[in-house]
Ligand binder design. Structure first.
Ligand code: GLA
Length: 394
């Protein structure tokens, strides 16, 4: 547990900083009303069920935390994390572009704090992610003249990165998403620079280096769209082959960025079963349920001035209507009933974010939308979906 004095001091510090208070009378009266309001909130928080307790015999329950949370700018949401979850994932701070922005520069400021928080709370701490095609700077694949690296040079760079990052948190980060998103929905391998320059054994090498760097850390393969039958088959085979070739792989992560009607429960179930069979265990690693329409076709376009289109793509700018709250709760009830049914295979279920104020779906694939995909709203209050999930455990 957070030492209480440290916690109170950090809350006070952040309170004064956020409110930029220099007048002491005003400060004291604001603080007094804030204490009253928050103690009402804390009393409610103390009484409500906790996800980590509700599922304690089944799987750990996690949330991804972002920069504001890690750096101390959202103390209330970090209290919520400590209250409800027993696992954390780093939203961005361990991705290559954040932790290793330039060839000779690593930046561990955020990731050190992330790991310290998880240790203080005694949580499962995920490392995410070492080898990916996104959020990886272009220089990684180039030499000093900007020409493409050859296989050996890229392998050396990959090894150095993995050894430095995994090595720094040896014995502290519980498990790593070593490779993220290597397979396409049609079952082919994704054509990334890693594949192009190194060849198909880039995965085996990544697992080999990660295992060298921390022999006790669990190592995972993580991906999305995993309910497509061809992708399911390729992913299961890929992991089996890697393990047969000597790689340490402890489980497969299914991201779980899902919608109301995809995947079907049968499709999700088939992948949970196939992946547990291939890898030993499954983690549902990035759960959120989109309450906004699919906007992938507008990715990268500025559509903020197109009122008609924005109305269509951002249907609930003023809050999620009751009927949709209920629909979200029903969907959460269904998917958690499935997870609970397969609790012998599923080791962890992690949400991609703590509360709706933080979700990537508000700015991806188009900015300026209002998405409500999580169990807590932007005021950190539990939604009907929270009750639905708790009811599954009960
Ligand atoms: C993928 C990645 C995550 C994150 C999400 C969306 O699923 O694995 O790290 O970037 O997309 O934010």
């Amino acid at each position: 547990m957070y030492p209480p004095i440290q916690s109170i001091l950090s809350i006070l510090f952040n309170f004064f900083r956020r409110n930029q208070l220099s007048n002491w009378k005003l400060a004291i009266s604001s603080l007094a009303s804030w204490v009253v309001i928050s103690s009402i909130g804390s009393a409610a928080a103390a009484e409500r069920p906790r996800l980590k307790d509700a599922f304690k015999d089944d799987f750990v329950v996690g949330a991804a935390i972002g920069e504001d949370q890690i750096m101390g700018d959202e103390p209330k949401s970090m209290e919520l994390v400590a209250e409800q979850f027993n696992a954390i994932s780093p939203e961005n701070c361990l991705k290559w572009e954040s932790v290793h922005p330039e060839p000779d520069r690593y930046d561990f400021e955020q990731s050190d704090k992330y790991v310290e928080f998880g240790e203080q709370q005694g949580m499962f701490i995920l490392g995410h992610t070492l080898v990916w095609h996104n959020q990886t700077p272009a220089w990684v694949f180039e030499d000093e003249q900007g020409k493409p690296l050859g296989r050996e040079a890229l392998l050396a760079r990959m090894r150095e990165h993995i050894h430095t990052v995994v090595g720094r948190y040896k014995g502290r980060i519980t498990g790593w998403d070593v490779v993220n998103e290597a397979v396409m929905p049609d079952g082919t391998m994704r054509k990334t620079k890693w594949l192009e320059i190194i060849g198909p054994d880039y995965l085996a090498k990544a697992y080999e280096y990660a295992h060298e760097a921390d022999p006790d850390a669990e190592l995972y393969y993580n991906d999305y769209n995993e309910w497509y039958p061809e992708m399911r088959a390729t992913t299961a085979k890929l992991v089996r082959d890697l393990k047969a070739g000597g790689a340490r792989i402890d489980g497969i992560g299914m991201q779980g960025h899902w919608g109301f009607d995809y995947p079907s429960l049968d499709q999700a179930e088939a992948s949970i079963v196939a992946f547990a069979d291939a890898a030993g265990k499954v983690m549902i690693t990035e759960v959120d349920i989109a309450t906004v329409p699919d906007a992938r076709q507008y990715r990268g376009m500025d559509i903020s001035d197109d009122n008609e289109l924005m109305k269509k793509l951002d249907p609930y700018p003023d809050g999620l209507p009751d009927e949709m709250q209920q629909k979200l709760a029903d969907r959460y009830r269904d998917v958690f009933t499935l997870f609970h049914k397969h609790r012998d295979k599923i080791a962890r279920v992690t949400f991609w974010g703590v509360h709706d104020g933080q979700t990537w779906l508000s700015y991806h694939p188009v900015p300026g939308r209002h998405a409500y995909p999580l169990l807590f709203d932007a005021q950190l209050e539990p939604k009907p979906a929270f009750d639905a999930v708790i009811e599954v455990a009960e």
